[in-house]
Design a binder for this molecule. Structure first.
Ligand code: NI
Length: 167
């Protein structure tokens, strides 16, 4: 397994729209395993392929307390969402040390393929719902800070550019 390097905002590659996975084969399963390893190593709850500069629609999430089993979502689609929204403090491995409140639908139903290429649907709430919406945004080239005001976005850009210059 390989630890992949994570793109950091405002890297323009984070705004690439990922392509659907045509065939779930060994190549894709290797990407999934590397992504999971990378997510655990970085202490993340979820990771989208976009963040490791792979522009295919692949997401891994581990929203469990124990953090011992991850779920794989290939070509994920939100097929239903609640009218009610919920505010949650979000962070992102691509935006280190930045946390802010984003309001998103409280509950969603997602359709995706698993790592064996089998279709499934899942009702999600709480952290899993937040995380999947956040990761699907990544696949669409959107970073969570884009839900914030442009003033905040500019402040975050400045802060991260400074961080990146120092490291
Ligand atoms: Ni993220």
């Amino acid at each position: 397994m390989t630890i992949l390097s994570i793109l950091k905002f405002p890297d323009p590659r984070l705004h690439t729209v990922a392509k659907p996975v045509a065939v779930v084969d060994e190549r894709v399963r290797t990407i999934v395993r590397d992504m999971a390893q990378t997510m655990y190593e970085a202490n993340g709850v979820g990771l989208a392929a976009t963040q490791v500069d792979i522009h295919e629609r692949i997401v891994v999430v581990d929203a469990s307390e124990a953090r011992t089993s991850y779920q794989v979502f290939i070509n994920p689609e939100i097929i239903a969402q609640s009218m009610e929204k919920k505010e949650w403090e979000e962070g992102c491995l691509s935006v280190p040390e930045v946390y802010d409140i984003v309001a998103r639908p409280d509950r969603i139903r997602v359709r995706a393929l698993n790592e064996h290429g089998e279709a499934f649907e899942l009702d999600c709430d709480e952290l899993l719902a937040v995380c999947l919406q956040h990761e699907i945004d990544h696949l669409n080239g959107k970073v969570f800070v884009q839900h914030l005001s442009s003033l905040k976005q500019n402040r975050i850009k400045t802060k991260l550019k400074k961080q990146q210059a120092q490291s």
